[in-house]
Design a protein. Structure first.
Length: 201
């Protein structure tokens, strides 16, 4: 395992001009897997993205409680990782913090509705998952950028992370649904090891 691991504490960032990926998400068929480390939604092909002129596709949404990247010195209630792949494997992860508030999140509810009844189970949802529902409004997409790794085994490095600064609201009931499944499935913070963090406003 190398020294460019994730997640990290997001502090001391350099301000830069935003370079968000082009996201072309659409409601898609999906299946939900409880892999023993957390809940993963595997999406059918069709959700495309482009970042730094490289085409890729959204392949997975992984849910963590609490959130893994720390903002303002503490973790968010939960987070989702939108995992994008090229033909060579995972390349870009867009992370969105989820905080308990007044509004529930329809995209997260789609995953909750399809949760397997047994640990290690897999369920093909009868509904659709619209991953765009995890993203903050377009005028609130400031984000942090750094290079790291997957946060689940094999913790592969060479991953570009975009961590949204603006959290998205979920309901207390949605938070509780995952609290009943996992006490804590967040990986501990990893050393920065000389890496730079950028902050796009």
């Amino acid at each position: 395992m190398g020294q460019r691991q994730s997640p990290i504490l997001l502090q001391g960032a350099i301000s830069v001009t935003p370079q968000l990926p082009t996201l072309r998400y659409r409601p898609s068929s999906f299946e939900v897997l409880d892999d023993g480390r957390g809940v993963v939604a595997n999406l059918t092909p069709g959700n495309r993205a482009q970042y730094a002129r490289v085409p890729m596709r959204l392949s997975q949404v992984r849910v963590h409680r609490p959130g893994e990247h720390w903002l303002n010195g503490a973790p968010p209630d939960m987070s989702v990782h939108l995992i994008h792949e090229t033909e060579h494997g995972p390349a870009l992860i867009v992370a969105v913090s989820l905080m308990r508030g007044e509004q529930s999140n329809p995209a997260l509810q789609s995953i909750i509705d399809a949760l397997p009844l047994e640990p290690g189970g897999k369920v093909k949802s009868m509904g659709k998952l619209d991953a765009s529902g995890f993203m903050p409004p377009e005028d609130k997409r400031g984000h942090y950028v750094y290079d790291g790794s997957l946060t689940t085994p094999p913790c592969t490095e060479g991953i570009r992370w975009l961590v949204m600064a603006e959290p998205v609201s979920i309901s207390s009931e949605q938070w509780m649904a995952f609290a009943q499944l996992f006490d804590d499935n967040a990986r501990p913070l990893q050393p920065l090891a000389g890496r730079r963090i950028k902050r796009a406003q």
